[in-house]
Design a protein around this ligand. Structure first.
Ligand code: NAI
Ligand SMILES: O=C(O)/C=C/C=C(\O)C(=O)O
Length: 502
């Protein structure tokens, strides 16, 4: 196979904008091979890149390269040197900030300001946080009495798992991929990343960064492609891969679990949600409106933590609905780099069809459409983009499908309640359990309701406030396990207990 130093080599094409070429990155090099497929810019609907789908032989090669890294220089590297390399990756993401920004925006169409303040900085922060986390860990020690009246000492040593498969989604591509890659590398594993087929650019760019900072060959590998019968499935079923970490849809998690079962891999899943927010009448109403409008519409609602069901205590319902309507209508859809744009497209034509299907269903289920419900009227290049209007419904019964199924778009149903017990019961009445957001000025209630939520993370008077040391993941069908701080380290490593007879 031919190796390339850079993935940013540009194809000569007839289009006015040169296309980015995204090759598979294996053993420290971009390699030829694979079947080309188009990557679309969702803000315009045009093709902006070509990626190469990895076949089974390419995935095998990636696993061999990763294994070699774990058994070689990387596996024997001092912790200090490993940490220095991770820090250097963070530095280099910051030095190449504009390139990461441009690549993320091209793949997702998200507003420049959002990618600038959230996605790219978190990409760098993930490496810094886990370079630190790995330095400050202890393991357990137990002294025991032995049957002969003597003593034995038990202590655990932490070891990497080996080769870890990372399957990442399209909504926060760099952020969510590095959230898994950084702790996996901090623990001394080698990774093979299969980014979403819709957003492969920043992962590929990270391959360049890994080579630039001197990461040993094979520590970080990228394979492109799809899920079933493609790179995703070849990776999740591969006997040489010891663990799979995945963020995405619950049904996909289930398929991955099946594929991983015959080789009994460790699994960490962050899956779908149908998150509830609860607004009590004693809440700071301006803060609740501002906080939940941001929560419902940030990233065009394509955040797994976004509240799609908002329960509001009846006396403040009208005021809350009016406030949310005003915020939704103040959002400006358009091209990512146009001044003042605050709402991007959804990721694909197919996903827009899904979101619009729910807009239609809401009406059939009896919703009053407070605002939105369709496609915004946009001119110029944005007319070809996959935009939808931010949408708010009232009048839907809590049991409606629109209130139970994950939409993953800029839409929420607002439902009144009369008692705390009723609000908690409705919020918990879901097969999902990822996140909740509770708004109240009553401290006792904040603690009580925060704890009563059947979720992985319960925010009070805030949303998506992230301390990267804390446990992060989902309850019920929203996930398996927790990542974050020590929880990530525990997943990406395994202890060997050593028992010494004294
Ligand atoms: N962060 C989240 O919670 C996300 C949730 N979603 C939800 O999922 C829905 C479908 O979106 P998709 O992009 O299709 O999400 P998905 O969950 O199918 O895809 C996420 C990743 O999994 C891979 N994948 C899919 N099937 C696989 C398989 N059988 N084996 C191995 N890898 C596989 C994909 O190639 C991609 O890299 C969305 O409409 C949204 O509701 C989508 C993306 C992110
Ligand atoms: O902050 C994080 O680590 C994750 C945020 C968002 C998601 O996990 C998601 O949208 O999938």
């Amino acid at each position: 196979m031919i190796a390339h130093a850079s993935q940013t080599a540009l194809a000569s094409t007839a289009a006015e904008r040169p296309k980015r070429i995204l090759r598979n990155f294996i053993g420290g090099k971009f390699i030829d091979g694979g079947t080309p497929f188009d990557i679309f810019d969702p803000a315009t609907g045009s093709v902006h890149a070509t990626a190469y789908e990895a076949d089974r032989a390419i995935v095998d090669e990636a696993v061999r390269a990763a294994r070699k890294a774990v058994e070689g220089e990387w596996g024997n590297m001092t912790l200090a040197k490993r940490r220095a390399l991770l820090t250097r990756v963070a530095d280099r993401i910051e030095e190449r900030f504009d390139e990461f920004l441009e690549a993320e925006i091209a793949d997702t169409g998200k507003p420049h300001d959002l990618a600038h303040h959230l996605d790219i900085p978190r990409g760098a922060a993930n490496f810094r946080v886990f370079a630190d986390a790995i330095a400050n860990l202890s393991t357990e020690t137990f002294e025991m009495d032995t049957p002969d009246g003597g003593k034995a000492l038990n202590y655990a040593v932490r070891k990497p798992l080996g080769v870890v498969g990372v399957i990442s989604p399209w909504n926060l591509p760099l952020l969510l991929m590095t959230w898994k890659v950084a702790p996996a590398l901090a623990c001394g594993n080698a990774v093979i990343v299969k980014p979403s087929e819709e957003t492969p650019s920043t992962t590929t760019l990270l391959g360049e960064v890994m080579a630039e900072v001197g990461m040993p060959d094979g520590v970080f590998n990228v394979i492109h492609g799809f899920g079933p019968d493609s790179a995703g499935e070849f990776l999740t079923s591969h006997p040489g891969v010891r663990a799979i970490t995945f963020t995405g849809e619950t049904r996909t998690g289930s398929a991955i679990m099946k594929a991983a079962a015959p080789t009994v891999k460790a699994l960490s899943f962050e899956l779908g949600g149908k998150n509830a927010a609860i607004v009590f009448a004693d809440a700071d109403m301006d803060a609740a409106v501002a906080g939940l409008a941001r929560a419902a519409f940030l990233n065009t609602g394509q955040v797994c933590l976004a509240p799609e069901r908002i329960y509001v205590e009846r006396p403040v319902l009208d005021r809350f609905v009016a406030g949310m309507k005003e915020k939704a209508e103040a959002l400006l859809p358009g091209l990512p780099n146009d001044p003042g744009v605050t709402l991007g497209p959804v990721i694909s034509e197919e996903h827009r069809g899904k979101v619009l299907g729910y807009y239609q269903l809401a009406v059939e289920e009896g919703a009053t459409v407070i605002t939105g419900g369709g496609i915004p009227d946009l001119a110029g290049d944005a007319a070809g983009g996959y935009f939808v209007q931010p949408t708010i419904w009232t009048g839907l019964p809590h049991e409606a499908r629109v209130c139970r199924e994950e939409i993953f778009g800029p839409a929420c149903a607002i439902i009144p309640f009369d008692t705390e017990e009723e609000a908690v019961r409705m919020a918990n009445d879901s097969e999902y359990g990822l996140a909740s957001s509770i708004w109240t000025t009553n401290l006792s209630r904040a603690h009580r309701v925060g704890k009563a939520m059947e979720v992985g993370i319960s925010w009070v008077n805030c949303w998506f406030l992230r301390d990267l040391r804390t446990p992060f993941g989902g309850a019920k069908m929203s996930g398996v396990g927790r990542e974050g701080g020590e929880h990530s380290i525990n997943f990406y490593s395994e202890p060997t207990n050593i028992c010494i007879k004294l």
